[in-house]
Design a protein around this ligand. Structure first.
Ligand SMILES: *[C@@H]1O[C@H](CO)[C@@H](O)[C@H](O)[C@H]1NC(C)=O
Ligand SMILES: *[C@@H]1O[C@H](CO)[C@@H](O)[C@H](O)[C@H]1NC(C)=O
Ligand SMILES: *[C@@H]1O[C@H](CO)[C@@H](O)[C@H](O)[C@H]1NC(C)=O
Length: 274
């Protein structure tokens, strides 16, 4: 509660607080761990994070309102803080890189990725729960993943995991040095080393340390400690995946083998994906 109160006072009475366009964008990927990443980045005192996913560069209705509107969606910050926004859909939207480049060609981009097969299952699971809650019909996972015995390329969630396809769009506008890739599987398993790399990429003073994280055995995840306040991510972040027939799962892992290889070549780095 003390942290919350301090924030309140700063926002309303500190004349030197400012609103700035983002210096850092978390561009995706959907279900990659973007919420965890922005929460962990917020542990750093030099970072001010937007609360919501703004969808400025990907939604026409927002983009047409222009930069003044975008600015109005940003959090109050101290002048020496860096502002960060995250919208996971940016990564897979082909018109977005050009628009961001027009705003700021020197912006720092963070991309958090997970094993593409795991990501597809997680993507399906989110849609599945949303439909379940609204009492809508849903299709079993096998029937969206496979069509006529082959992997269904028309399934959008599958496309979102073709990381090299999307990365090529970004690299037309930004050098690789402007895009830091966070290993989302590692961030969940052991957050500190990944966050240290993020600090270095953003040229932030090293500040995030082991005391910012503690392992919650019930959840099986790390939770965050921020000035003595403890918080864990929302439970939906750790939902179990649906059961998928092993043969289909195998097909999916095989399917991603080539796209993954292309991605590794593109970024000059490999990931421990199955
Ligand atoms: C996948 O998405 C990209 C970017 O939106 C698009 O250009 C491409 O045609 C899609 N591929 C398939 C097979 O749908
Ligand atoms: C970790 O960070 C906290 C808060 O920034 C600080 O109070 C503490 O001394 C640091 N611990 C270590 C071991 O550096
Ligand atoms: C650990 O996780 C459980 C289950 O979600 C939760 O009820 C509990 O409050 C958490 N404990 C701590 C110390 O974060």
């Amino acid at each position: 509660p003390v942290g919350v109160l301090t924030l309140y006072i700063c926002v309303h009475y500190n004349r030197s607080s400012v609103i700035q366009l983002p210096h850092i964008l978390i561009i995706g990927v959907r279900k990659g761990g973007t919420r965890a990443l922005i929460e962990m980045l917020s542990l750093h005192s030099s970072v001010a994070a937007a609360q919501n996913e703004v969808h400025f560069f990907d939604w026409e209705s927002h983009f047409q309102r222009g930069l003044p509107w975008y600015l109005s969606q940003m959090p109050y910050a101290f002048p020496d803080q860096l502002t960060v926004e995250k919208t996971p859909a940016y990564f897979t939207s082909s018109k977005v890189p050009k628009r961001i480049h027009q705003m700021n060609p020197d912006i720092k981009l963070l991309l958090i990725l997970r094993d593409p097969t795991e990501r597809v299952l997680s993507d399906y699971t989110q849609v599945f729960y949303n439909r379940l809650q609204k009492h809508k019909r849903y299709q079993p996972i096998e029937s969206v993943l496979v069509k006529d015995g082959e992997i269904n390329l028309g399934y959008k969630a599958l496309n979102r995991s073709l990381y090299y396809v999307h990365m090529q769009n970004w690299l037309q506008y930004f050098p690789l040095e402007s895009i830091h890739i966070v290993d989302g599987d590692e961030l969940i398993r052991d957050p500190l080393p990944e966050m240290k790399k993020v600090e270095r990429f953003l040229k932030l003073e090293p500040q995030i340390n082991a005391s910012n994280f503690y392992f919650n055995k019930t959840k099986g995840f790390y939770c965050l400690r921020d000035h003595g306040r403890e918080r864990c991510l929302h439970d939906s972040k750790g939902r179990a995946h649906p059961h998928v027939a092993p043969a289909i799962l195998q097909k999916l892992y095989q399917f991603f083998h080539e796209p993954n290889k292309k991605f590794f070549e593109l970024v000059g780095r490999t990931f421990n994906w199955k």
